[in-house]
Design a protein around this ligand. Structure first.
Ligand code: CAA
Length: 288
């Protein structure tokens, strides 16, 4: 199917990533079917999008009429059967292999034949996900960055079986959403996390060894290499559990000790100090 046939996007997962993808899809003029595990969760995701669009209106980035029209294009539900009307589906559920494999088997049953199934996984094998469906040539990796409305990149990953048609349609769709694409091979971490996570992990190793304080590590990289956030602030922003999980995917996938997770990163996760989302990670956000 070419991009002309795509009018309705199905988004599975109304959290930070799914909500962000639904936001850009609705803003780009697509009808969106936003599904989560309950009507309440899906509606909460839609309410979050409406709130962020409201703040874009206040900043003069869009008009109230455009924001209202975009929000009205999103239908939120807890019922996956609603994906029967979708022309392209993007899964952005929790990063858990067993969950994703189960969801893809279900999506394959519900989606019409020919509908492409994209996954926003940050590191799980696309080939493995595609293999649980009856349409492995139409399964593709579509890795958005957080926060989705702000970040320009989408990393596109073809599995061993993804067809050229699927790849071309997916690239065109990501561009229609206003994103710039890079293509990466279906290997652990793809390109972004293959490079980003060892960098973040090394910042934890440096902190553990007392090379510099957390603040100085972040200032060093922020002012020294012109990144918007230092590596430890970024880790808190991504979630330390997610960073650890991706390091483990790299370590398991390559079997190379250079991907061994920092013991300090592991300790933070064991303590439940997962970063911004729990109020505390490397830094304390509870007072802010
Ligand atoms: N949703 C929508 N918009 C958001 C947002 C969100 N969650 N957070 C911030 N924004 C918008 C703000 O509204 C603001 O918009 P305007 O320019 O229109 O006013 C803009 O982003 C800048 O925000 P702020 O002024 O509040 O803050 P900032 O200048 O410090 O920028 C940031 C915040 C965009 C998050 C910036 O710090 C940044 O780019 N950080 C790095 C983010 C990054 O590296 N992301 C990738 C993580 S890796 C990943 O996602 C992949 C993976 O698999 C782990």
């Amino acid at each position: 199917m070419g991009i002309e046939g795509i009018k309705t996007l199905g988004i599975l997962g109304a959290g930070q990533m799914g909500g962000g993808i639904a936001h850009v899809a609705a803003a780009a003029g697509y009808d969106v079917v936003l599904v989560d595990i309950s009507d309440e969760r899906a509606e909460a995701g839609k309410a979050g999008i409406a709130k962020r669009m409201g703040s874009a209106v206040r900043k003069g980035r869009t008009t109230q009429a455009e924001a209202d029209a975009a929000v009205a294009r999103i239908s939120a539900t807890g019922d996956m059967q609603a994906f029967a009307s979708a022309d392209f589906i993007i899964e952005a559920a929790t990063e858990n292999v067993d969950l994703k494999l189960r969801l893809f088997a279900q999506l394959d049953e519900i989606a019409r034949p020919g509908v492409i199934l994209g996954t926003n996984t940050s590191s799980i094998s696309i080939t493995r996900i595609g293999a649980v469906t009856g349409r492995p040539t139409q399964v593709v990796g579509m890795h958005f960055m957080n926060p989705v409305p702000v970040m320009k990149l989408v990393e596109i990953i073809s599995s061993l079986q993804t067809s050229e048609d699927t790849l071309a349609t997916t690239l065109a769709l990501a561009e229609a959403l206003g994103k710039t694409c890079v293509q990466a091979r279906d290997m652990p971490g793809f390109a972004v996390n293959r490079i980003l996570m060892p960098y973040i992990n090394e910042a934890f190793c440096a902190l553990y060894e007392g090379i510099a304080s957390a603040k100085d590590i972040d200032v060093a990289m922020k002012l020294g290499t012109n990144v918007p956030m230092g590596p430890l602030t970024l880790a808190d922003f991504i979630g330390l559990d997610t960073c650890l999980a991706i390091m483990e995917v790299l370590h398991d996938g390559f079997g190379d000790s250079k991907y061994r997770a920092s013991p300090l990163l592991r300790k933070y996760v064991e303590a439940g100090l997962l970063g911004k989302k729990t109020g505390r990670g490397v830094y304390d956000y509870r007072e802010a």
